[in-house]
Design a protein. Structure first.
Length: 439
């Protein structure tokens, strides 16, 4: 057997020899005499066993150096001694805890009275480890008398638990400081439109309103036919979207992340209202005139199928094509797109949907944009980037002020978020709106 194999046994023997037995054997003046005596006896036997472990380890080392291996008898002796030493160590530690626990008995009794009497509540008083071990003295004596062989089970009847008066007062709770906000809608309509900027309070859009094309073949010397054209200038005003909220100065100072959270919420609130206005604003007052308000209504072409959602959307593309535009996308409510995606043929196979694949939603070669901003049963299609342009006059701005009303004397702050933009519908015929009502 190599030295390397014996290192754990040698190290354990060395540590055992260096064990501060004198410290272990010093009882407190007020400890129970019987327990202290038992501690001395067990500690002495432990020291004896430790010496034997050390001696056996030295013999094993000599055998390994001399013959290259350790005898089976030496191995067996070492195993028994180590097992006995381990068991006696546990007994000594338990006795030490008992001695220390007896010294705190007076304090425990006072604590029991503070908690409602000697009973200590429904589950009795909370005992120290030493006190809980006090009833196991007979087992320890029998274990020692038996030569420290076998095993000894000690049952603790009153363990430290999560109850009040035990370990409960030390148990903390994890606190997640990151706020969990309400889910936000994906805002997609702006990205479908052409975007620009303006430095004025309105945008003039010049729309051609007349094209009388009389171009024709003309004989030499003949009179050329006259064509006519006309344009109108239409003003699209810049309109403001805004809202405010009030916060106390103390709250703003004490919650570091609050300003960021409110700032983010207020910006989202503006963008959400903007999306609603871009899609369905009625044009009244300070509302923008949205895409659904300006788009021509669907009129089914005669003689073509118009019995399903898919039929109708294809006819919407046709209506736009007849106006010499090319549709590039559909805007649908998620319920309607799900109904289309779940369509099956006569064999039960999905027509468009692929439950095992990942792909961008599309139909008839056009992108499908799902948004709950579109009402269920409604749809919009067209070349929306050609149809409308957003002109940003003022990007989103969030301001904080105490100079509002009685804020200064009441210690309040007002946060205001605002943005200004104009929505110019330039080519309404590049769009088509409809529904899924079938007669």
């Amino acid at each position: 057997m190599s030295k390397r194999f014996l290192m754990p046994s040698i190290a354990l023997a060395t540590l055992s020899a260096a064990l501060p037995m004198g410290v272990m054997m010093l009882p407190r003046n007020d400890a129970d005499t019987q327990t202290v005596a038992l501690l001395k006896e067990v500690s002495a036997k432990l020291a004896d066993v430790s010496d034997k472990v050390k001696s056996t380890a030295e013999d094993a080392l000599k055998q390994a150096q001399k013959s290259g291996e350790v005898s089976a008898e030496t191995k067996e002796t070492a195993d028994k001694l180590l097992t006995s030493q381990s068991a006696m160590n546990k007994v000594v530690e338990a006795l030490k805890a008992q001695v220390e626990g007896l010294d705190s008995k007076t304090q425990d009794i006072a604590q029991q009275f503070a908690e409602g009497g000697a009973g200590g509540g429904q589950n009795g008083p909370v005992l120290s480890l030493g006190q809980a071990f006090a009833g196991e003295t007979d087992k320890i004596k029998a274990f020692v008398a038996n030569g420290h062989t076998g095993t000894m089970a000690v049952t603790i009847q009153n363990a430290i638990t999560t109850a009040a008066g035990s370990g409960g007062g030390l148990i903390g709770r994890h606190e997640e400081t990151m706020p969990i906000g309400i889910q936000r809608r994906r805002l997609l309509i702006r990205s479908l439109l052409t975007q620009g900027k303006t430095g004025k309070d309105g945008v003039y859009v010049r729309k051609q309103v007349l094209r009388d094309n009389q171009a024709a073949g003309t004989a030499e010397g003949g009179t050329s036919p006259a064509s006519a054209y006309g344009w109108d200038k239409e003003l699209t005003p810049v309109k403001k979207i805004t809202h405010v909220t009030n916060i106390s100065e103390e709250t703003m100072s004490d919650a570091d992340e609050l300003q960021t959270e409110i700032d983010s919420e207020m910006r989202y609130g503006l963008d959400l209202e903007e999306e609603n206005q871009l899609l369905a604003g009625d044009g009244l007052g300070e509302n923008h005139s949205g895409l659904l308000t300006e788009a021509p209504s669907f009129v089914a072409a005669a003689g073509l199928p118009n019995a399903t959602r898919i039929d109708r959307l294809r006819l919407g593309i046709l209506q736009i094509a007849l106006e010499d535009h090319i549709a590039s996308s559909f805007v649908l409510n998620p319920l309607d797109w799900a109904a289309i995606d779940l369509l099956k043929d006569t064999t039960g196979r999905y027509i468009f949907g692929n439950a095992f694949g990942q792909s961008s939603p599309s139909l008839w070669g056009k992108d499908v944009v799902e948004t709950s901003g579109m009402g269920a049963g409604e749809w919009l299609t067209g070349d929306l980037a050609l149809a409308a342009t957003i002109y940003d006059r003022q990007e989103t701005e969030v301001l904080i002020s105490s100079e509002h009303g009685t804020n200064f004397v009441e210690g309040m702050l007002t946060m205001k978020a605002q943005k200004r933009l104009a929505l110019a519908i330039k080519r309404a015929l590049a769009m088509c709106k409809g529904d899924f009502v079938f007669v």
